[in-house]
Design a protein around this ligand. Structure first.
Ligand code: NI
Length: 196
């Protein structure tokens, strides 16, 4: 009887130790995994007003990085975002703030990005900033961009290579998912409809 009690006691202690270790491991997990894309940014909108990621808390953000001189990739990407939002029921579309962040602050003035995005979607916000502000935002979102100065004839005539995915961030500003460039508006809308 006493031995049985001892075995039972040992079993309870063992289970407690295992649970404590599992709990500790589970708690440590988020810190050991790599950080998700996204994070704080401070940029400038089409009216020249300072805008931060905090301004969009409570709304979903669709974030696309590009530049207004982009010959075809950005126009396609922004058209897809705009069409996808129009395919969604308006109650869902209204929860989403599409953002276009310039990776070409040298040519993309606040006025230029503001006017550019209006041509695609009146609800879209165009953002630019200083070289440092743009670089920090791109780094946070793991977006690659590189000016190709050899591509044009004049100093201000160049292409910019850049990542062209669309990031979906939740109302708390955290990363939810991303949409690859080349996805159709229908596919993006279906993905958004499931998540929103
Ligand atoms: Ni582009």
């Amino acid at each position: 009887m006493r031995m049985l009690k001892g075995v039972r006691y040992t079993a309870v202690v063992l289970i407690a130790v295992v649970l404590a270790l599992v709990g500790r491991f589970a708690l440590l997990q988020p810190e050991t995994s790599p950080p998700s894309p996204g994070g704080p940014f401070t940029l400038v909108d089409g009216q020249g007003k300072a805008v931060t990621d905090q301004d969009f808390r409570g709304r979903w953000m669709l974030v696309y990085f590009g530049y207004t001189y982009c010959p075809d990739v950005c126009p396609t990407g922004l058209q897809t975002i705009s069409q996808a939002l129009r395919l969604l029921p308006s109650a869902k579309a209204e929860k989403v703030q599409p953002l276009f962040i310039s990776v070409d602050p040298q040519r993309d003035t606040p006025e230029a990005v503001g006017a550019y995005v209006q041509a695609f979607d009146p609800s879209m916000i165009g953002l630019t900033g200083t070289e440092e502000q743009v670089a920090a935002a791109a780094k946070a979102y793991r977006v690659y961009y590189r000016k190709a100065p050899e591509s044009g004839r004049a100093a201000d005539d160049y292409l910019v290579d850049h990542s062209a995915m669309t990031w979906l961030m939740g109302p708390d500003g955290r990363y939810v998912t991303w949409f690859a460039h080349g996805l159709s508006a229908e596919e993006m809308a279906a993905g958004l409809a499931r998540l929103l």
